[in-house]
Design a protein around this ligand. Structure first.
Ligand code: GLN
Length: 237
């Protein structure tokens, strides 16, 4: 009952499962509500959040996902997964999309999408930098990525990205969105944590660097302490 689930409706779930396997941990594909009973933590991959939400609705997954979050079980959302975990989302195509919620923040769904599309950036992320040396930064892969523009007091900001001054974003009506939302010093939030919920705007599962997966597994095993061992090792291959 203690494996790591990976929501497998759409998007980069196979890459997450492969990253877990590299760390010796079995990732279990989740497509039905009852499958959540078999896992003690969950990863929601990147992909396309509207499509993923439609599929989640079709499979009647939202009540079970909200319950999972409410029980305090660790959940990590990458990119579209971050959007799912936000209490509020806006940006293009927001109409009617359901969210799981849980992180007290406002996300812009396509913050980087319209102008930069996809890019990579070295991020300073103190929580994932290993004490035994190794790179001091994490290479974030951003694909039509969201960004968090506002957070509540319970949220821990883990990484920010400096927005070039030439990258001021305007809405279709010509309103400067950054100013509207009061983002200080041209920085947006690209990794954050609230309790057992973790979210990244970029895709660690698309790199060979498993430090974010290790960090999440540590969260999961700490949350599982006192129950029994919370991580199931890969058997065989
Ligand atoms: N901006 C995308 C969305 O709204 C997320 C992109 C991604 O997960 N790579 O779903």
């Amino acid at each position: 009952n203690m494996a790591v689930g990976v929501l497998a409706l759409q998007g980069s779930f196979n890459e997450h499962i492969a990253a877990l396997r590299r760390l010796g941990v079995k990732g279990v594909e989740i497509r039905k509500p009852e499958e959540l009973d078999n896992v003690s933590s969950l990863i929601i991959p990147g992909g396309e959040s509207t499509t993923m939400a439609k599929l989640a609705e079709l499979h009647n997954l939202f009540p079970a996902l909200r319950e999972f979050v409410k029980l305090g079980k660790p959940v990590w959302g990458t990119c579209a997964g971050l959007i799912f975990l936000a209490n509020k989302a806006y940006g293009q195509k927001t109409g009617g999309q359901e969210l799981i919620g849980g992180i007290d923040c406002t996300v812009h769904r396509n913050y980087f999408g319209s102008q930069l599309q996809s890019f990579e950036a070295e991020l300073s992320v103190p929580v994932v930098v290993s004490k035994e040396g190794g790179p001091e930064t994490f290479r974030g892969i951003f694909i039509r990525a969201p960004a968090v523009l506002e957070v509540g007091p319970e949220v821990e900001v883990l990484a920010e990205y400096p927005v070039p001054s030439t990258n001021v974003l305007y809405s279709s009506s010509g309103v400067q969105i950054q100013e509207e939302n009061g983002v200080p010093e041209n920085k947006v939030i690209v990794a954050l944590k609230q309790g057992n919920l973790l979210a990244t705007a970029f895709h660690p599962e698309l790199t060979a660097d498993t430090r974010w997966h290790s960090y999440f597994l540590k969260m999961a095993s700490e949350a599982g302490e006192g129950t029994s061992s919370s991580i199931v090792p890969v058997s065989g291959n």
